[in-house]
Design a protein around this ligand. Structure first.
Ligand code: DGL
Length: 264
């Protein structure tokens, strides 16, 4: 019997307020292509950034139930805001379910760039969360990294995805959204919202710096947690499952049709 063909598929749920989690799914499809993915886009309720903690918590519980009903064995909270606000409550409420979250890559200051002038960009909810404050105190105790909460960028990215003709307007609004960072001579910006890597080239052009994203590390972590030592994880699927809360049904999509938006 061919063991490889019969290896059970790892079913992984992934969710975000909208398309931001594509920046994680894109990395998952590279780092762990053998898994079967269920992507939940909560676009009927996006953006999460300006919402209350109660609202975000309630949505993450609804989404978790839906993903569990699809038989997933792990849930990737591909949203910094939902991770910051809800991951502790999710872990407490669903103790059997492993949750992998995404958090701003503040380690980069020590691990990757060496001494540099750096900013971290988050949504409003993520930026004021206790979890983010604790992370910042732990990983940046000397306060080398300046923090900015961006009011509109996640919503703007969502708009751009739905209405590509809005790009000219988007580009102008991006300049004003990033205005507070201008003239600060930052060499790097850590992207603390999964919507931001989708437009990282634009952010880099406006601010003339390099952006840093945690998404490849999240994908690597999911693989490490899922595939046991010595296990052959099986064949690569041709498809993934997609659900949008504004059109609530699971739709099978071809992986070859998955596209990472706005890449230059
Ligand atoms: N992409 C999400 C994040 O990483 C949510 C952004 C939003 O909906 O405001 O924070």
């Amino acid at each position: 019997m061919d063991k490889k063909m019969n290896a059970p598929k790892h079913k992984i749920g992934v969710f975000d307020s909208g398309i931001g989690g594509f920046s994680v799914l894109n990395e998952l499809l590279k780092a762990f292509p053998e898994a079967e993915y269920f992507y939940y886009s909560d676009d009927a309720h996006a953006p999460y950034g300006p919402k209350t903690d109660e609202y975000i918590n309630q949505r993450t519980f609804v989404i978790t139930d839906e993903l569990i009903s699809q038989g997933v064995e792990m849930i990737v909270v591909a949203c910094n805001t939902a991770t910051a606000v809800s991951i502790d409550a999710l872990r407490a409420a669903y103790p059997q379910m492993p949750f992998v979250g995404v958090e701003p890559y503040l380690n980069a200051y020590y691990k990757e760039t060496g001494p540099s002038k750096m900013a971290v960009l988050t949504t409003v909810s993520a930026g004021k969360s206790e979890r983010f404050k604790r992370l910042k105190e732990r990983l940046d105790p000397k306060g080398f990294i300046d923090h900015y909460s961006l009011q509109n960028l996640a919503r703007m990215v969502e708009e751009l995805y739905k209405h590509p003709e809005y790009e000219g307007e988007f580009d102008k609004l991006l300049v004003s959204e990033l205005e507070p960072l201008q003239g600060k001579q930052y060499t790097h910006a850590i992207l603390g919202c999964t919507h931001y890597p989708l437009v990282r080239n634009k952010i880099e052009d406006v601010l003339k710096l390099k952006t840093l994203s945690p998404c490849p590390y999240v994908a690597q972590r999911v693989r490490e947690l899922s595939v046991k030592p010595g296990e052959v994880p099986g064949d690569i699927s041709e498809t993934f499952e997609f659900y949008s809360s504004s059109k609530p049904e699971w739709v099978k999509k071809n992986r070859s049709d998955f596209y990472y938006p706005f890449k230059k």
